[in-house]
Write a protein that binds this ligand. Sequence first.
Ligand code: NDP
Length: 289
Amino acid sequence: TRKHVTVLGLGLMGQALAGALLRDGYTTTVWNRTAAKADDLVARGARPAGSVAEAVAASPLVIICLTDYAAVHELLDPLDGELDGRVLVNLTSGTSQGARETAEWARQRGAAYLDGAILATPEAVGADAVILYSGPRTAFDRHEPALRALGSGVTHLGTDHGLSSLYDVAMLSLMWNILNGFLHGAALLGAAGVQATAFTPIANKGIETVNGWLAAYARQIDEGAYPAFDATLDTHLAAMEHLIHESEHLGVNAELPRFVKTLADRAAAAGHGGEGYAAMVELFRKPAA
Ligand code: NDP
């Protein structure tokens, strides 16, 4: 029965998850509120369940991927004992608090619970998708082969159920900040007639360079000391001025660099001007005054 998996929710992501399991030879039971979304999968060998209860009863491992946690509870709350003894893996995006509450809810119903976060598009599922899990290690170990079929970037983060959601939002912060920097850079260069495609190879190189800084910065963050080994925050501040002036001069939006400088100014005012850039973490650690 380790080769039996149920997938609840066949939206864009759920269909990709079920498809990956089918490709890997799993007996895959599927259910979706709008039943027609199961048709393609059933044509490829999936077993359609007539109800949520029937779907949950079909496999020891139940993977659920819906719009949000409210939908998860709407679907599973009415069950009567079917979750007992199951491993429930919730790949629905949500908050760490939602994950911890759902873990307690699952515990009361006798289910082992893993919360997960998919850091990939449906296209990467079944290939190199990064999918993060948190919750009991034993449940993860037991079903790791099936979870690996969903994406080779499978990682168990720890037993705190909230971790996968927290990593998920931390990665969103990273993604949007990198993309905003790239897009603002493209706007600046575009104002001088440079195509974004010309900027891209240099931008890729720049992202690689910054990537190389993270490990040393991380050690400083963990130690809470930020000696400047590359450049001081004051040196960064001077460069931020150039970026703002250049943006204004070219008539492109200067809000983003102004905001970045506002934050750096505040860190400098708090006494971090002579330290390295990682000292900015002190500012991010607490709400704005
Ligand atoms: P879709 O909108 O394509 O699918 C949503 C699914 O949720 C459908 O199966 C829908 O059923 C079901 N659903 C919603 N509300 C209810 C309800 N009250 N009762 C029963 N079923 C319900 O979204 P995705 O598949 O793209 O996303 C699903 C989750 O995966 C989200 O949490 C999303 O954040 C996450 N995710 C998605 C990524 C992506 O690239 N798509 C990337 C990473 C994470 P029905 O078909 O009947 O409407």
